[in-house]
Every structure is written in C-alpha cells, then in structure tokens.
Design a binder for this molecule. Structure first.
Ligand SMILES: Nc1ncnc2c1ncn2[C@@H]1O[C@H](COP(=O)(O)OP(=O)(O)OP(=O)(O)O)[C@@H](O)[C@H]1O
Ligand SMILES: Nc1ccn([C@@H]2O[C@H](COP(=O)(O)O)[C@@H](O)[C@H]2O)c(=O)n1
Length: 226
C-alpha cells in the first residue's frame, strides 16, 4: 500500500478495553480522521429517550429510526456529535442512555441507518480513518486495511471505568460492563465479534501508551506493505 492511499483502520472490542482512547491517539498521531460509532448509537438512543419512544419496544424503535439527523465530527482532537443540530456529547454519556443503548442498537433498522452513515463517513476520509466500535471489522468495513480487536479482563476494565467516576462501586461497574457486553455479543444483527482477520491485542497488562504504540506500528507495517 502506498502512503498516499487512504488507510482504513477498524478497532473493535468490548466496553472499556481502550478503543476510544487508542483510536483517537492513533488517528491524531498519523493524521487520520476518527469515528466513534458508539457515540452514534448513544445519540440515537438519546433521541429515542428524549422523544418518549419506549426503548423496550423494538417496533417503536424501528419505526422512529429514520427520524433523527445524526452528524459526527471526525477530528480526533475534538470529537463532536449532534442530533438535529444539538450538541449531545455530554448527555449521551449519562447512565440512562448507557443502560438503554444495547436494546436500541440491537434493532436492525437502527443498525442499517447507522451503518450507512458510517460507510459514507469512512468513504469520504481523505487521508484515511480510524473507526472504533463493535462490528466495524465484521460488518461495517469488512475490507478495512487493518482490523484490531482489543480485549482486557473485566476486572481491569472495571478498574479503568471506576477510576473515571468518583465514588464508583467496582463490583457494580464490573457487572454493568459484563451485562452490556453479553447483550451486545448475543444480538442477532451484527453482534460484537472479532473478525477472523483481526489482530487481537490483550490490553490487560499494557499501559495506554503501549497499546497506542502497538497499533501505530501495525498501521505503519500495513502502509509499508509488509
Ligand atoms: N491500557 C490501558 N491502561 C489503563 N487505562 C486505560 C487503558 N486503555 C484505556 N484506559 C482508560 O480506560 C478508560 C476506558 O477507555 P476507553 O473509553 O478508551 O474504552 P472503550 O473501549 O472506548 O470503552 P467504551 O466501549 O465503553 O466506550 C479510560 O479512562 C481510559 O483512559
Ligand atoms: N459499532 C458499534 C458501536 C457501539 N454499539 C452499541 O453502542 C453502545 C455504546 O458504545 P460505547 O463504545 O460508547 O460504549 C454499545 O454498548 C453497543 O450497544 C454497537 O452496537 N455497535
């Protein structure tokens, strides 16, 4: 691959494995765009909740799936997301959205809508893009130049998440992560899964900097055609 060719990097994995932190840093370091697909699923979930759609009713979600306009920024230095022109970067991280996002993202009409957006964004990235999520290597961008699947023990992931939230209970955080992963892995449409040709990186005992260096090296090797 020549360096002028846009490079497409897919980074998947369960919750708290370091996908966002790694993807943003790798994209910034290599001058690539960045797309947080979890933020898109959170944004559509936020819209459903805000508009009184019952998130336990897949038919109600399916019929509303085409309504919100979701726009994602792709600058890794300042990721942005709007719904119908409103900045929702803060609200989409709230607990209510986190607890409902797996149910909303399991609805095939939601996935079809968001997948189309993701492919359009990736297709228009001039230098290339790092796209992170759960089904990027398997479904959204199966021809990605590099696929990475990040993992880490539930204990390490819970400790990382608890560190972000003052006073968070480690056991409850671990249970919530495991529950969300189980829902995301067991849905029928495009579940959380490692692509057969993805490079698996267990980040349990690695620092964030080590994971970033590892992925940057993998991208550079691809670019060099090795
Ligand atoms: N290798 C690492 N060592 C220690 N902490 C890390 C490591 N990777 C990420 N972190 C920290 O763990 C937390 C979760 O990371 P991040 O948000 O990147 O994970 P994620 O996989 O994108 O999670 P989610 O899918 O839930 O959005 C952050 O506070 C981040 O700084
Ligand atoms: N490609 C993706 C990305 C995310 N999801 C769903 O969104 C949830 C939130 O993701 P975060 O990365 O922000 O934690 C996640 O739990 C999935 O339900 C998805 O389905 N596909």
């Amino acid at each position: 691959m020549e360096s002028a060719t846009p490079v497409i990097v897919a980074i998947d994995g369960p919750s708290g494995t370091g996908k966002s932190s790694t993807s943003k840093a790798v994209a910034a370091q290599l001058g690539l765009s960045y797309l947080d697909t979890g933020a898109q699923y959170r944004a559509i979930t936020w819209w459903m909740v805000t508009n009184g759609i019952d998130t336990a009713d897949p038919f109600a979600i399916a019929s509303a799936a085409g309504k919100p306009e979701i726009v994602s920024g792709t600058d890794p230095e300042k990721p942005a997301i709007t719904v119908d022109g409103l900045d929702v970067a803060g609200p989409i991280r709230e607990q209510d959205v986190t607890s409902k996002v797996s149910a909303v993202s399991a609805v095939p009409e939601v996935r079809a809508r968001i997948t189309e957006l993701q492919r359009a964004i990736a297709g228009s990235a001039v230098t290339g893009i790092v796209v992170e999520g759960r089904d990027i290597g398997t479904t959204v961008l199966p021809d990605a130049d590099l696929k990475v699947f990040l993992t880490a023990s539930p204990e390490a992931r819970a400790a990382r998440r608890s560190g972000e939230l003052e006073g968070a209970d480690l056991h409850a955080t671990r249970e919530a992560l495991v529950k969300r992963d189980a829902a995301d892995s067991s849905r029928k449409t495009s579940p959380l899964a490692k692509a057969d040709d993805a490079v698996e990186v267990d980040t349990t005992d690695l620092t964030l900097q080590q994971v970033i260096e590892c992925v940057v090296t993998l991208v550079e090797e691809k670019r060099a055609g090795r």
